[in-house]
Design a protein around this ligand. Structure first.
Ligand code: ZN
Length: 169
């Protein structure tokens, strides 16, 4: 029996994070309650705001609070180049190199028939619409070098070949 049902609930909530088990969750709960209550409140508020306000960009699917993300809204980027990645973290890594100034498309995963991730979950319909506009002249595939990542890139390359106008891959 615990001294506080809410304390137990807090621990259970922390356990939803990857790599956090009951022991670390308990440590986090004690840390915030006993030493950093202000930070805990701040965390809770930010969490609610982020979870309710951050959606997806309607063009590239990256996480965004606006209809169009910062990259898609920019007029300085090259519409002719489209780089396809699996996660928003990939976009951040590429932006850090400052070597790319084209547009992005974020799959938010890769094809995985075993876990039920198919073309619909990866926004392929949106990608096809984007390619059909005729603005994209070159697609750069930057999916992960895993079996699923390769299979996803292969599937997308096949989609691109079916587009009537020429797009370099
Ligand atoms: Zn975007």
């Amino acid at each position: 029996m615990s001294f506080s049902p809410l304390f137990e609930q807090l621990i259970a909530s922390f356990c939803c994070l990857p790599g956090v088990g009951p022991k670390s969750a308990q440590r986090m709960a004690f840390y915030l309650l006993l030493r950093h209550r202000d930070a805990g409140l701040q965390l809770a508020q930010t969490m609610i705001e982020a979870m309710t306000k951050i959606g997806q960009c309607s063009r590239c699917r990256i996480l965004s609070e606006q209809e169009l993300c910062h990259y898609c809204a920019s007029t300085k980027r090259n519409d002719a180049q489209l780089l396809i990645v699996e996660t928003p973290a990939d976009v951040l890594a590429i932006e850090e190199t400052q070597c790319y100034s084209g547009r992005y498309f974020v799959l938010l995963g890769h094809l995985s028939p075993i876990t039920g991730v198919g073309p619909e979950q990866l926004g392929f319909d949106l990608l096809q619409q984007l390619l059909a506009t005729g603005k994209v002249r070159e697609v750069i595939m930057a999916t992960n070098p895993t079996m699923e990542g390769e299979a996803t890139a292969f599937y997308i390359a096949d989609l691109i070949r079916k587009i009537p106008h020429n797009i370099a891959i």
